[in-house]
Design a protein around this ligand. Sequence first.
Ligand SMILES: *Cc1c(COP(=O)(O)O)cnc(C)c1O
Length: 463
Amino acid sequence: MSANPKGIVRLPQVEQLLQEPVLASYIRQLSRPLVTDVIREALSAIRRSEAFRASNLPPEEQKAEIHRTIYRNIQTRCQALIQQRHNKVINATGTVVHTNLGRSPIDPAIWEAVSDVNTGQCNLEIKLSDGKRGQRKGLVDRLLGRLTGAEDAMVVNNNASSIYLMLNELAKGKEVIVSRGEQIQIGGGFRIPDILALSGAKLVEVGTTNITTADDYIEAVTENTAMVLMVHCSNFAIRGFTQSPDIRDVARRLPDHVVLAVDQGSGLTTERFAAEETPVASYLKSGADIVCFSGDKILGGPQAGIVCGKRQLVKKLEKNPLMRAFRPSRIVYSLLEELLVRKLNKEPEGQGIAEQSAAHPEAIRSRAECLASALGDCVRLVGAEMVVGGGTLPDEFFPSWALEIVTDKPAEKVLADLRGMPLPIIGIIRNNTVQLNMAAILPHDMNRLELQLKDYFTREPES
Ligand SMILES: *Cc1c(COP(=O)(O)O)cnc(C)c1O
Protein backbone atom coordinates (compact mmCIF):
# COMPACT_ATOMS: atom_id res chain seq x y z
CA MET A 1 0.00 0.00 0.00
CA SER A 2 1.22 3.44 -0.68
CA ALA A 3 0.01 6.96 -0.34
CA ASN A 4 0.84 10.42 -1.48
CA PRO A 5 2.99 12.45 0.91
CA LYS A 6 0.02 13.87 2.76
CA GLY A 7 -1.13 10.35 3.50
CA ILE A 8 -4.60 10.98 2.18
CA VAL A 9 -5.11 8.71 -0.81
CA ARG A 10 -4.04 5.09 -0.98
CA LEU A 11 -3.35 3.49 -4.33
CA PRO A 12 -5.25 0.26 -5.01
CA GLN A 13 -3.41 -2.99 -4.57
CA VAL A 14 -2.18 -5.06 -7.47
CA GLU A 15 -4.31 -8.08 -6.49
CA GLN A 16 -7.39 -5.94 -6.29
CA LEU A 17 -6.80 -4.49 -9.74
CA LEU A 18 -6.25 -7.96 -11.23
CA GLN A 19 -9.81 -8.86 -10.19
CA GLU A 20 -11.31 -5.94 -12.12
CA PRO A 21 -13.60 -7.21 -14.88
CA VAL A 22 -12.36 -4.51 -17.29
CA LEU A 23 -8.91 -6.10 -17.18
CA ALA A 24 -10.13 -9.66 -17.83
CA SER A 25 -9.71 -9.43 -21.59
CA TYR A 26 -6.15 -8.21 -21.16
CA ILE A 27 -5.37 -11.21 -18.97
CA ARG A 28 -6.79 -13.46 -21.66
CA GLN A 29 -4.65 -11.86 -24.33
CA LEU A 30 -1.45 -11.21 -22.40
CA SER A 31 -1.42 -13.64 -19.46
CA ARG A 32 -1.85 -12.79 -15.79
CA PRO A 33 1.90 -12.35 -15.06
CA LEU A 34 2.33 -9.80 -17.87
CA VAL A 35 -0.74 -7.87 -16.77
CA THR A 36 0.63 -7.94 -13.22
CA ASP A 37 3.86 -6.36 -14.48
CA VAL A 38 1.87 -3.74 -16.32
CA ILE A 39 -0.14 -2.88 -13.19
CA ARG A 40 3.04 -2.52 -11.14
CA GLU A 41 4.56 -0.27 -13.79
CA ALA A 42 1.40 1.85 -13.91
CA LEU A 43 1.24 2.21 -10.12
CA SER A 44 4.85 3.17 -9.86
CA ALA A 45 4.43 5.73 -12.64
CA ILE A 46 1.55 7.29 -10.70
CA ARG A 47 3.56 7.32 -7.48
CA ARG A 48 6.34 9.18 -9.27
CA SER A 49 4.02 11.65 -10.97
CA GLU A 50 4.07 15.28 -9.94
CA ALA A 51 0.30 15.57 -10.25
CA PHE A 52 -0.16 12.84 -7.66
CA ARG A 53 2.34 14.32 -5.21
CA ALA A 54 1.12 17.85 -5.52
CA SER A 55 -2.62 17.21 -5.65
CA ASN A 56 -4.72 19.63 -3.62
CA LEU A 57 -8.08 18.11 -4.52
CA PRO A 58 -10.38 16.93 -1.73
CA PRO A 59 -9.69 13.22 -0.97
CA GLU A 60 -12.81 11.80 -2.69
CA GLU A 61 -12.21 13.65 -5.93
CA GLN A 62 -8.55 12.90 -5.78
CA LYS A 63 -9.28 9.22 -5.39
CA ALA A 64 -11.59 9.17 -8.39
CA GLU A 65 -9.07 11.08 -10.44
CA ILE A 66 -6.30 8.68 -9.49
CA HIS A 67 -8.39 5.64 -10.39
CA ARG A 68 -9.15 7.06 -13.79
CA THR A 69 -5.47 7.74 -14.33
CA ILE A 70 -4.50 4.23 -13.26
CA TYR A 71 -6.98 2.56 -15.60
CA ARG A 72 -6.00 4.78 -18.50
CA ASN A 73 -2.37 4.04 -17.82
CA ILE A 74 -2.93 0.27 -17.61
CA GLN A 75 -5.05 0.25 -20.73
CA THR A 76 -2.51 2.16 -22.78
CA ARG A 77 0.27 -0.18 -21.69
CA CYS A 78 -1.78 -3.34 -22.31
CA GLN A 79 -2.88 -2.17 -25.74
CA ALA A 80 0.71 -1.45 -26.68
CA LEU A 81 1.64 -5.01 -25.70
CA ILE A 82 -1.29 -6.50 -27.61
CA GLN A 83 -0.10 -4.64 -30.70
CA GLN A 84 3.26 -6.35 -30.27
CA ARG A 85 1.70 -9.79 -30.44
CA HIS A 86 1.57 -11.54 -33.81
CA ASN A 87 -1.66 -10.11 -35.14
CA LYS A 88 -3.45 -10.70 -38.37
CA VAL A 89 -3.27 -7.59 -40.57
CA ILE A 90 -4.60 -6.60 -43.96
CA ASN A 91 -1.91 -5.99 -46.54
CA ALA A 92 -3.07 -3.04 -48.64
CA THR A 93 0.43 -2.04 -49.75
CA GLY A 94 0.43 -3.53 -53.24
CA THR A 95 3.53 -5.56 -52.38
CA VAL A 96 1.98 -9.00 -52.27
CA VAL A 97 4.77 -11.09 -50.75
CA HIS A 98 5.68 -8.46 -48.17
CA THR A 99 8.67 -9.36 -46.00
CA ASN A 100 7.42 -7.22 -43.11
CA LEU A 101 3.94 -8.71 -43.33
CA GLY A 102 4.84 -12.39 -43.19
CA ARG A 103 5.43 -13.01 -46.91
CA SER A 104 3.08 -15.70 -48.26
CA PRO A 105 -0.25 -16.23 -46.56
CA ILE A 106 -1.14 -19.92 -46.28
CA ASP A 107 -4.38 -20.68 -48.03
CA PRO A 108 -7.09 -21.45 -45.43
CA ALA A 109 -7.96 -24.72 -47.21
CA ILE A 110 -4.35 -25.86 -46.94
CA TRP A 111 -4.13 -24.84 -43.29
CA GLU A 112 -7.36 -26.70 -42.59
CA ALA A 113 -6.21 -29.80 -44.42
CA VAL A 114 -3.12 -30.26 -42.24
CA SER A 115 -4.76 -29.43 -38.95
CA ASP A 116 -5.22 -33.12 -37.99
CA VAL A 117 -1.60 -34.02 -38.68
CA ASN A 118 -0.43 -31.19 -36.46
CA THR A 119 -2.89 -31.26 -33.59
CA GLY A 120 -2.36 -34.98 -33.10
CA GLN A 121 0.65 -37.25 -33.42
CA CYS A 122 1.85 -38.18 -36.88
CA ASN A 123 4.13 -40.56 -38.79
CA LEU A 124 6.95 -38.00 -38.96
CA GLU A 125 9.73 -40.57 -38.62
CA ILE A 126 8.08 -43.97 -38.76
CA LYS A 127 7.25 -46.07 -41.78
CA LEU A 128 3.66 -47.19 -41.53
CA SER A 129 4.46 -50.10 -43.86
CA ASP A 130 6.80 -51.93 -41.48
CA GLY A 131 6.90 -49.85 -38.30
CA LYS A 132 10.59 -49.10 -38.73
CA ARG A 133 12.22 -45.71 -38.48
CA GLY A 134 11.46 -43.58 -41.54
CA GLN A 135 12.49 -40.32 -43.15
CA ARG A 136 10.87 -37.11 -42.12
CA LYS A 137 10.37 -35.67 -45.56
CA GLY A 138 7.34 -37.76 -46.49
CA LEU A 139 6.36 -37.18 -50.10
CA VAL A 140 7.82 -33.72 -50.35
CA ASP A 141 10.87 -34.86 -52.35
CA ARG A 142 8.81 -36.73 -54.94
CA LEU A 143 6.31 -33.89 -55.28
CA LEU A 144 9.14 -31.39 -55.74
CA GLY A 145 10.69 -33.73 -58.27
CA ARG A 146 7.49 -33.72 -60.33
CA LEU A 147 7.25 -29.96 -60.07
CA THR A 148 10.82 -29.08 -61.00
CA GLY A 149 12.16 -32.13 -62.80
CA ALA A 150 14.80 -32.57 -60.10
CA GLU A 151 16.14 -36.04 -59.27
CA ASP A 152 15.87 -35.34 -55.57
CA ALA A 153 14.91 -32.56 -53.20
CA MET A 154 15.10 -31.62 -49.54
CA VAL A 155 13.76 -28.95 -47.22
CA VAL A 156 15.37 -26.77 -44.56
CA ASN A 157 14.04 -23.92 -42.42
CA ASN A 158 14.69 -21.08 -44.85
CA ASN A 159 16.65 -20.33 -47.98
CA ALA A 160 19.52 -18.73 -46.08
CA SER A 161 20.06 -22.16 -44.50
CA SER A 162 19.97 -23.79 -47.94
CA ILE A 163 22.82 -21.65 -49.18
CA TYR A 164 24.82 -22.10 -46.02
CA LEU A 165 24.34 -25.86 -46.12
CA MET A 166 25.31 -26.16 -49.81
CA LEU A 167 28.46 -24.13 -49.24
CA ASN A 168 29.42 -25.85 -46.01
CA GLU A 169 28.91 -29.37 -47.33
CA LEU A 170 30.12 -28.99 -50.89
CA ALA A 171 32.74 -26.23 -50.67
CA LYS A 172 34.21 -25.97 -47.17
CA GLY A 173 37.92 -25.16 -47.37
CA LYS A 174 37.63 -24.82 -51.16
CA GLU A 175 37.02 -22.05 -53.65
CA VAL A 176 33.61 -20.82 -54.76
CA ILE A 177 33.37 -18.62 -57.83
CA VAL A 178 30.76 -15.85 -57.69
CA SER A 179 30.14 -13.01 -60.13
CA ARG A 180 30.85 -9.48 -58.87
CA GLY A 181 27.36 -8.57 -60.06
CA GLU A 182 25.91 -11.06 -57.58
CA GLN A 183 27.74 -10.05 -54.38
CA ILE A 184 24.45 -8.94 -53.04
CA GLN A 185 22.72 -8.31 -49.76
CA ILE A 186 19.36 -9.96 -49.52
CA GLY A 187 17.18 -8.44 -46.83
CA GLY A 188 18.42 -7.62 -43.35
CA GLY A 189 22.10 -8.42 -42.93
CA PHE A 190 22.24 -11.40 -45.27
CA ARG A 191 25.20 -10.89 -47.56
CA ILE A 192 26.51 -13.50 -49.93
CA PRO A 193 30.22 -12.82 -49.13
CA ASP A 194 29.55 -13.06 -45.37
CA ILE A 195 27.63 -16.28 -45.56
CA LEU A 196 30.33 -17.72 -47.77
CA ALA A 197 32.99 -16.85 -45.24
CA LEU A 198 30.91 -18.33 -42.41
CA SER A 199 30.47 -21.59 -44.25
CA GLY A 200 34.24 -22.01 -44.51
CA ALA A 201 34.35 -21.57 -48.28
CA LYS A 202 36.70 -19.17 -50.02
CA LEU A 203 35.19 -16.53 -52.30
CA VAL A 204 36.68 -16.03 -55.75
CA GLU A 205 35.16 -13.02 -57.45
CA VAL A 206 34.89 -12.81 -61.22
CA GLY A 207 33.56 -10.36 -63.79
CA THR A 208 32.35 -6.87 -63.01
CA THR A 209 29.15 -5.45 -61.55
CA ASN A 210 27.42 -5.31 -64.92
CA ILE A 211 29.24 -7.87 -67.07
CA THR A 212 30.24 -11.45 -66.30
CA THR A 213 30.87 -13.93 -69.10
CA ALA A 214 31.17 -17.71 -69.26
CA ASP A 215 34.90 -17.24 -69.90
CA ASP A 216 35.21 -15.33 -66.61
CA TYR A 217 33.88 -18.33 -64.74
CA ILE A 218 35.80 -20.97 -66.64
CA GLU A 219 39.11 -19.11 -66.45
CA ALA A 220 38.81 -18.79 -62.67
CA VAL A 221 38.51 -22.53 -62.11
CA THR A 222 41.46 -24.20 -60.37
CA GLU A 223 41.82 -27.70 -58.99
CA ASN A 224 40.78 -26.25 -55.65
CA THR A 225 37.46 -24.94 -56.99
CA ALA A 226 34.43 -26.69 -55.53
CA MET A 227 31.56 -24.63 -56.85
CA VAL A 228 30.28 -21.94 -59.15
CA LEU A 229 27.47 -20.17 -57.31
CA MET A 230 24.99 -18.08 -59.25
CA VAL A 231 22.70 -15.90 -57.18
CA HIS A 232 19.47 -14.46 -58.45
CA CYS A 233 19.57 -10.71 -58.00
CA SER A 234 16.66 -10.08 -55.73
CA ASN A 235 15.70 -6.60 -54.58
CA PHE A 236 17.31 -4.76 -57.43
CA ALA A 237 17.88 -4.86 -61.16
CA ILE A 238 20.89 -3.54 -63.00
CA ARG A 239 19.66 -1.77 -66.09
CA GLY A 240 21.44 -0.80 -69.27
CA PHE A 241 24.63 -2.41 -70.47
CA THR A 242 24.59 -5.76 -68.71
CA GLN A 243 25.46 -9.29 -69.60
CA SER A 244 25.24 -12.57 -67.78
CA PRO A 245 26.49 -15.78 -69.28
CA ASP A 246 24.30 -18.47 -70.72
CA ILE A 247 24.16 -20.98 -67.92
CA ARG A 248 24.22 -23.86 -70.44
CA ASP A 249 27.52 -22.63 -71.73
CA VAL A 250 29.03 -22.50 -68.23
CA ALA A 251 27.57 -25.90 -67.32
CA ARG A 252 28.98 -27.53 -70.44
CA ARG A 253 32.47 -26.16 -69.92
CA LEU A 254 32.87 -26.70 -66.18
CA PRO A 255 35.08 -29.65 -65.21
CA ASP A 256 33.44 -32.52 -63.33
CA HIS A 257 34.82 -31.60 -59.92
CA VAL A 258 32.99 -28.25 -59.90
CA VAL A 259 29.34 -28.10 -58.79
CA LEU A 260 27.13 -25.55 -60.53
CA ALA A 261 24.80 -24.20 -57.85
CA VAL A 262 22.06 -21.60 -58.30
CA ASP A 263 20.26 -19.61 -55.60
CA GLN A 264 17.05 -19.01 -57.50
CA GLY A 265 15.44 -17.19 -54.56
CA SER A 266 11.79 -16.70 -55.43
CA GLY A 267 10.63 -20.27 -55.94
CA LEU A 268 9.07 -19.63 -59.33
CA THR A 269 8.23 -23.10 -60.60
CA THR A 270 5.36 -23.68 -63.00
CA GLU A 271 3.94 -20.18 -62.76
CA ARG A 272 3.79 -18.47 -66.11
CA PHE A 273 3.20 -14.89 -65.09
CA ALA A 274 6.79 -13.73 -64.70
CA ALA A 275 8.44 -13.72 -68.09
CA GLU A 276 11.65 -12.13 -66.82
CA GLU A 277 12.27 -14.67 -64.09
CA THR A 278 13.88 -18.06 -64.68
CA PRO A 279 11.91 -20.93 -63.13
CA VAL A 280 13.70 -23.57 -61.08
CA ALA A 281 13.12 -26.24 -63.73
CA SER A 282 14.86 -24.16 -66.41
CA TYR A 283 18.01 -23.86 -64.34
CA LEU A 284 18.06 -27.60 -63.82
CA LYS A 285 17.42 -28.28 -67.48
CA SER A 286 20.19 -25.88 -68.45
CA GLY A 287 22.69 -27.85 -66.42
CA ALA A 288 22.61 -26.53 -62.85
CA ASP A 289 23.54 -29.37 -60.49
CA ILE A 290 21.67 -27.96 -57.55
CA VAL A 291 19.17 -25.11 -57.12
CA CYS A 292 17.80 -23.57 -53.93
CA PHE A 293 14.86 -21.24 -53.29
CA SER A 294 12.43 -20.03 -50.61
CA GLY A 295 9.18 -21.82 -49.83
CA ASP A 296 7.24 -18.69 -48.90
CA LYS A 297 7.79 -16.34 -51.80
CA ILE A 298 6.29 -17.11 -55.22
CA LEU A 299 5.84 -20.79 -54.37
CA GLY A 300 3.29 -19.67 -51.80
CA GLY A 301 3.99 -22.10 -48.97
CA PRO A 302 5.33 -21.91 -45.41
CA GLN A 303 8.72 -20.43 -44.60
CA ALA A 304 11.23 -22.96 -45.85
CA GLY A 305 14.35 -23.37 -47.93
CA ILE A 306 14.14 -25.92 -50.70
CA VAL A 307 17.15 -27.50 -52.33
CA CYS A 308 16.72 -29.67 -55.39
CA GLY A 309 18.95 -31.21 -58.00
CA LYS A 310 21.27 -34.18 -58.42
CA ARG A 311 20.46 -37.03 -56.04
CA GLN A 312 24.04 -37.65 -55.01
CA LEU A 313 24.44 -33.98 -53.95
CA VAL A 314 21.13 -33.82 -52.09
CA LYS A 315 22.00 -37.02 -50.22
CA LYS A 316 25.31 -35.48 -49.15
CA LEU A 317 23.58 -32.38 -47.83
CA GLU A 318 21.10 -34.49 -45.92
CA LYS A 319 23.93 -36.16 -44.03
CA ASN A 320 25.54 -32.89 -42.96
CA PRO A 321 25.38 -32.58 -39.13
CA LEU A 322 23.89 -29.12 -39.53
CA MET A 323 20.70 -30.76 -40.78
CA ARG A 324 19.89 -31.45 -37.14
CA ALA A 325 19.68 -27.68 -36.72
CA PHE A 326 18.15 -26.86 -40.09
CA ARG A 327 15.49 -29.55 -40.36
CA PRO A 328 11.94 -28.21 -40.47
CA SER A 329 9.09 -29.29 -38.25
CA ARG A 330 6.13 -31.37 -39.37
CA ILE A 331 4.15 -28.12 -39.59
CA VAL A 332 6.34 -27.07 -42.49
CA TYR A 333 6.46 -30.50 -44.14
CA SER A 334 2.73 -31.05 -43.97
CA LEU A 335 1.88 -27.59 -45.30
CA LEU A 336 4.38 -27.93 -48.11
CA GLU A 337 3.08 -31.37 -49.07
CA GLU A 338 -0.50 -30.15 -49.21
CA LEU A 339 0.51 -27.08 -51.22
CA LEU A 340 2.53 -29.13 -53.71
CA VAL A 341 -0.25 -31.66 -54.27
CA ARG A 342 -2.68 -28.86 -55.03
CA LYS A 343 -0.14 -27.07 -57.21
CA LEU A 344 0.43 -30.21 -59.24
CA ASN A 345 -3.34 -30.65 -59.54
CA LYS A 346 -3.57 -27.03 -60.70
CA GLU A 347 -6.03 -26.08 -57.99
CA PRO A 348 -6.34 -22.36 -57.20
CA GLU A 349 -5.39 -23.09 -53.56
CA GLY A 350 -2.04 -24.32 -54.83
CA GLN A 351 -1.18 -20.94 -56.31
CA GLY A 352 0.74 -18.51 -54.20
CA ILE A 353 -0.65 -15.03 -53.71
CA ALA A 354 1.89 -13.64 -56.21
CA GLU A 355 0.54 -15.76 -59.02
CA GLN A 356 -3.07 -15.24 -58.01
CA SER A 357 -2.67 -11.48 -58.10
CA ALA A 358 -0.36 -11.13 -61.07
CA ALA A 359 -2.31 -13.53 -63.28
CA HIS A 360 -5.78 -12.25 -62.37
CA PRO A 361 -5.90 -8.46 -62.51
CA GLU A 362 -9.63 -8.65 -63.23
CA ALA A 363 -10.18 -10.16 -59.79
CA ILE A 364 -8.30 -7.30 -58.15
CA ARG A 365 -10.34 -4.85 -60.13
CA SER A 366 -13.63 -6.37 -59.13
CA ARG A 367 -12.64 -6.39 -55.45
CA ALA A 368 -11.70 -2.72 -55.75
CA GLU A 369 -14.95 -1.80 -57.49
CA CYS A 370 -17.00 -3.70 -55.01
CA LEU A 371 -15.39 -1.98 -52.05
CA ALA A 372 -15.47 1.43 -53.73
CA SER A 373 -19.19 1.21 -54.34
CA ALA A 374 -19.82 0.14 -50.75
CA LEU A 375 -17.85 3.08 -49.39
CA GLY A 376 -19.18 5.83 -51.67
CA ASP A 377 -17.63 9.30 -51.50
CA CYS A 378 -15.09 8.40 -48.84
CA VAL A 379 -12.85 6.74 -51.41
CA ARG A 380 -11.78 7.15 -55.00
CA LEU A 381 -10.98 4.18 -57.25
CA VAL A 382 -7.64 4.66 -58.99
CA GLY A 383 -5.33 2.60 -61.19
CA ALA A 384 -2.22 1.37 -59.40
CA GLU A 385 0.57 -1.14 -59.67
CA MET A 386 1.54 -4.20 -57.71
CA VAL A 387 4.93 -5.80 -57.20
CA VAL A 388 5.63 -9.29 -55.97
CA GLY A 389 8.16 -8.20 -53.34
CA GLY A 390 10.00 -10.38 -50.84
CA GLY A 391 13.08 -9.81 -52.94
CA THR A 392 11.69 -11.15 -56.20
CA LEU A 393 11.04 -9.70 -59.64
CA PRO A 394 12.57 -6.34 -58.74
CA ASP A 395 11.76 -4.81 -62.09
CA GLU A 396 8.29 -6.08 -62.79
CA PHE A 397 5.12 -4.15 -62.15
CA PHE A 398 1.71 -5.70 -62.63
CA PRO A 399 -1.60 -3.86 -62.95
CA SER A 400 -3.61 -3.28 -59.81
CA TRP A 401 -6.30 -0.98 -58.45
CA ALA A 402 -6.38 1.03 -55.28
CA LEU A 403 -8.82 3.03 -53.17
CA GLU A 404 -7.63 6.52 -52.39
CA ILE A 405 -8.95 7.77 -49.11
CA VAL A 406 -10.72 11.11 -49.42
CA THR A 407 -10.18 13.14 -46.25
CA ASP A 408 -8.79 16.37 -44.84
CA LYS A 409 -6.67 14.53 -42.33
CA PRO A 410 -2.94 14.32 -42.93
CA ALA A 411 -1.96 11.10 -44.71
CA GLU A 412 0.37 9.99 -41.91
CA LYS A 413 -2.48 10.27 -39.44
CA VAL A 414 -4.83 8.22 -41.63
CA LEU A 415 -2.16 5.58 -42.10
CA ALA A 416 -1.68 5.37 -38.32
CA ASP A 417 -5.45 5.26 -37.66
CA LEU A 418 -5.83 2.34 -40.05
CA ARG A 419 -2.91 0.53 -38.44
CA GLY A 420 -4.61 0.97 -35.08
CA MET A 421 -7.86 -0.75 -36.07
CA PRO A 422 -8.91 -4.03 -34.44
CA LEU A 423 -7.84 -5.75 -37.66
CA PRO A 424 -4.96 -3.46 -38.63
CA ILE A 425 -4.94 -2.25 -42.23
CA ILE A 426 -1.52 -1.46 -43.70
CA GLY A 427 -1.84 1.09 -46.51
CA ILE A 428 0.68 3.24 -48.33
CA ILE A 429 1.05 6.93 -49.14
CA ARG A 430 1.04 7.99 -52.80
CA ASN A 431 1.06 11.70 -53.72
CA ASN A 432 0.32 12.70 -50.12
CA THR A 433 -2.78 10.52 -50.09
CA VAL A 434 -3.38 7.19 -48.44
CA GLN A 435 -3.98 4.41 -50.91
CA LEU A 436 -5.31 0.97 -50.16
CA ASN A 437 -3.92 -1.20 -52.91
CA MET A 438 -6.19 -4.17 -53.54
CA ALA A 439 -3.65 -6.56 -55.06
CA ALA A 440 -2.98 -8.58 -51.91
CA ILE A 441 -6.41 -8.35 -50.26
CA LEU A 442 -7.61 -11.89 -49.62
CA PRO A 443 -11.19 -12.66 -50.66
CA HIS A 444 -12.04 -13.89 -47.17
CA ASP A 445 -10.92 -10.56 -45.67
CA MET A 446 -13.14 -8.40 -47.86
CA ASN A 447 -16.09 -8.27 -45.46
CA ARG A 448 -14.08 -7.26 -42.44
CA LEU A 449 -12.17 -4.70 -44.47
CA GLU A 450 -15.40 -3.13 -45.63
CA LEU A 451 -16.95 -3.11 -42.16
CA GLN A 452 -13.89 -1.55 -40.60
CA LEU A 453 -13.60 1.15 -43.23
CA LYS A 454 -17.30 1.99 -42.90
CA ASP A 455 -16.76 2.24 -39.18
CA TYR A 456 -13.75 4.49 -39.70
CA PHE A 457 -15.57 6.86 -42.04
CA THR A 458 -18.61 7.22 -39.79
CA ARG A 459 -16.57 7.90 -36.66
CA GLU A 460 -16.94 11.24 -34.95
CA PRO A 461 -14.11 13.50 -36.02
CA GLU A 462 -11.56 13.38 -33.21
CA SER A 463 -11.16 16.51 -31.18
C1 LIG B 1 14.86 -14.35 -50.37
C2 LIG B 1 16.16 -14.80 -50.85
C3 LIG B 1 17.06 -15.42 -49.97
C4 LIG B 1 16.77 -15.62 -48.52
O1 LIG B 1 15.75 -16.55 -48.35
P1 LIG B 1 15.08 -16.79 -46.93
O2 LIG B 1 14.04 -17.82 -47.20
O3 LIG B 1 14.53 -15.48 -46.49
O4 LIG B 1 16.14 -17.26 -46.00
C5 LIG B 1 18.26 -15.85 -50.48
N1 LIG B 1 18.58 -15.67 -51.78
C6 LIG B 1 17.74 -15.09 -52.66
C7 LIG B 1 18.16 -14.93 -54.08
C8 LIG B 1 16.50 -14.64 -52.23
O5 LIG B 1 15.66 -14.05 -53.09
